[in-house]
Design a protein. Structure first.
Length: 152
C-alpha cells in the first residue's frame, strides 16, 4: 500500500526558516510566511522536511489513491523558491501570466526572489488556489482556512 511521504509535522516553521543558509532566501521566506499567513488566515505548518504549508485538504482520486496536502505552500530551496498552488483551474494560468519572473512545472511555480514577482498577484494565486480546492474537496478542507483574501 502507498504511504504518503510528505505529511504535516509538528516541527517548528521558524526553526526551519532560521536554518536556511542564504540570508536573502531566509528574508524572502519570512516575507512569504507573512504573505501566505495573512492571505489564507491559516497557521503555517511544516510538511515533510521542507514545505511550509497553509491549511490542508484530503483528496481521493478515482484510482483510490488518497492523502492529505496543504492548500498552498512554499519551500525556500537551495536553487529557487518553490511555490505550491492547486492545479487544474484555468484561472491559475491567467494569473501566472501576471506574476512576474518565474518558471513553472506541473504543480510548482519557481521564483528566484520575492522582488521578482508581483505580491498582489501572488495573493490572488493563493486565494484562487484555496477557493478551487474548497470547491473540489468541500468535505476535506481543514486547517482554519477562511475566505480571507487579497484586497482588491
Amino acid at each position: 500500500m502507498y504511504e504518503q511521504k510528505t505529511k504535516e509535522t509538528d516541527h517548528s516553521v521558524i526553526e526551519f526558516i532560521e536554518a536556511v543558509d542564504n540570508p536573502k532566501k531566509r528574508e524572502d521566506a519570512y516575507a512569504l510566511l507573512e504573505i501566505f499567513t495573512e492571505t489564507t488566515g491559516c497557521q503555517a505548518k511544516l510538511w515533510g522536511s521542507s514545505i511550509i504549508g497553509f491549511g490542508s485538504y484530503h483528496y481521493k482520486y478515482a484510482s483510490g489513491h488518497e492523502g492529505d496536502a496543504p492548500l498552498v505552500g512554499f519551500s525556500p530551496r537551495k536553487g529557487k523558491i518553490s511555490l505550491y498552488f492547486a492545479v487544474g483551474d484555468a484561472q491559475r494560468e491567467a494569473l501566472l501570466q501576471e506574476l512576474g519572473k518565474h518558471t513553472s512545472g506541473k504543480a510548482c511555480v519557481y521564483i528566484n526572489k520575492v522582488a521578482d514577482i508581483r505580491v498582489d498577484v501572488l495573493k490572488e494565486l493563493i486565494v484562487q488556489s484555496v477557493d478551487f480546492l474548497k470547491k473540489a474537496y468541500p468535505q476535506g478542507v481543514g486547517g482554519g482556512a477562511t475566505d480571507a483574501g487579497a484586497e482588491e
